[in-house]
Write a protein that binds this ligand. Sequence first.
Ligand code: GLU
Length: 391
Amino acid sequence: MQFSDRLANIKPSATLTINAKALELKAQGIDVTSLAVGEPNFSTPEHVRDAAKRAIDEGFTRYTAVPGISALREAIAEYFRRSYGVEVTPDCTIASNGGKQSLYNLFLALLNPGDEVLVPAPYWVSYPAMIYLNEGVPVPVKATAAAGFKLTVEQLEAARTPKTKILLFNSPSNPTGALYSEEERDAIVRWALDRGLFIIADEIYDQLVYDPHKPLSLVGWWKQYPDRIAIINGLAKSFAMTGWRVGYTVAHPDLIKKLSQITGQTTANICSISQKAAVAALTGPYDCVESMRLAFQKRRDMAWQELASWPGVACPKPEGAFYLFADISALYNDAMPDATAVCTRLLSEAKVAAVPGDAFGAPEGLRFSYAVADDVLMDALERVRKVLIGK
Ligand code: GLU
């Protein structure tokens, strides 16, 4: 078959593929632990599930307005008032099929062929693919473990060209868990705005930051520069709602109208039942979010202490999200020459699935998700240690 040129650079999502492989082995009776995918092991909170059941029982099962029901757009706006004290109006919001659709549609709405997007690396696996699919050019800008996987303005400036149109900003980061301080972030935002760039802030992990840090959002900057910034978030990570597929974008109403047109011509509204669930999540008590955050923080501490003690492994302490990204290049040898070879051995010998850094633009490392139960996590890491450092 002949496929479009657009697909030339597109590979399957490594996070989803490796997780699927682990699930397949499990189904065959092999006891594999997947630290491959960023999916909370918690159940969706009860009041959210109840709202969905009610929606079904009440027959709320038809098409809705494309950008989402008014109650959901109001709840998204309310989230920013409640979390950040910033007034957002519902016409500046649109619901999407996960944060992924928000991001994809933003690229579709903003990129012309050849436009460049600065993508801080290590980056989440789907960023470059989405940019390629929209005929843009991803320009990775590499942050090192020694720099805490954070970039400076100087590095970004060195990567900027006349074709640079967008800066993608993701803090806390997937896959490193790096969290930019307000000062570091503001320096980058000022630089991007001064250079006329559009900023897409992927804030899917904003609630998952660990003490003493507090959630940070670009929404205050967006309020000042509404036509220069778009914010993406969703409920998958902080409300344990991966399968419900609820994401959203906050942007200038003119851009929201374009996103809505794209959505209307492609997928139409997101699942009506998920919308009711999302309203319950966003307007309900946030103590469920806090208790999951504390559980992730405990796991971060346990898992990071373990990894950081391994000789030859460089792993800056993550301050958010639920991933550890370890530079293990000092351990590469003839038997394990690269991250993919390491992951293959981890899967066959340790029965642990992790994602090789190549998928994140960082072949020197591996990503482990710690969104699994404490004992499962520590048991898996012990098996990884035996394969990696032999004791
Ligand atoms: N974002 C999560 C991860 O990085 C979920 C899988 C995906 O969509 O990539 O593992």
